[in-house]
Write a protein that binds this ligand. Structure first.
Ligand SMILES: Cc1cc2nc3c(=O)[nH]c(=O)nc-3n(C[C@H](O)[C@H](O)[C@H](O)COP(=O)(O)O)c2cc1C
Length: 185
């Protein structure tokens, strides 16, 4: 069995947690996994020998991590040749209205346009408010946004919105669509 690449960009750590969850779930289902931080030195030296790839990133000011964008752009040619999925973490994903869906679609489309990569599956996943990790201004900004959008405004506590059961379902769907057994010649 060849290896599945799970590559992630993270700013406050939630997408790392999401990527680790996906990597563990894949392993529990018998897959071999390489987990890679797009901002790490090893991301620049990755070899294109994967059976499938799950790319995870989170939105900050309507953009995904620059290191993830660079990684996907640099590796778009071989990523296009294997089953792949984009796990797009954000707080907008908590909201179910049409405008929020459109906002997320536009952000993901911009990422695909800039990288030249279009995954077979895109999942928008709710992230977290990490108030206790933010600096003063970030905390203030996020509290304001949370208040406007009906999120948690108690800045003494972090709030996780990620639906882990739904992510486990994603892993099942992904494996069903991307059988990993190597075919004999
Ligand atoms: C400074 C800042 C800007 C953010 N901008 C957006 C945004 O434009 N759209 C959105 O839906 N979520 C936004 N978020 C929410 C993050 O996507 C969410 O907190 C996510 O869990 C962060 O993932 P990470 O911990 O992997 O960086 C922002 C968060 C912060 C702290």
């Amino acid at each position: 069995m060849k290896t599945v690449l799970v590559v992630y960009g993270t700013t406050e750590g939630q997408t790392r947690k999401v990527a680790e969850f996906i990597a563990n779930a894949l392993q529990e289902r018998g897959a071999k996994v390489e987990l890679l931080d797009s901002a790490s030195a090893s991301a620049a030296q990755v070899q294109p020998f994967f059976a499938a790839a799950v790319v995870c990133g989170s939105l900050h000011r309507h953009r995904y991590q620059a290191s993830l964008l660079r990684f996907v752009k640099d590796n778009a040619a071989w990523l296009a040749g294997i089953p792949s999925a984009f796990i797009a973490v954000s707080l907008t994903a908590v909201l179910a209205d049409d405008e929020s869906r459109e906002e997320l679609r536009e952000a993901a489309d911009a990422f695909f346009r800039k990288t030249g990569w279009t995954p077979a599956i895109t999942r928008h996943v709710a992230g977290a408010l990490r108030y206790t990790q933010y600096d003063y201004f970030k905390r203030l900004l996020m509290k304001l946004i949370a208040r406007q959008r009906g999120g948690a405004t108690d800045t003494t506590q972090d709030r996780e919105y990620t639906d882990w059961d739904d992510l486990a379902h994603f892993v099942d769907e992904f494996l069903a669509a991307a059988p990993l057994q190597e075919r004999g010649h």
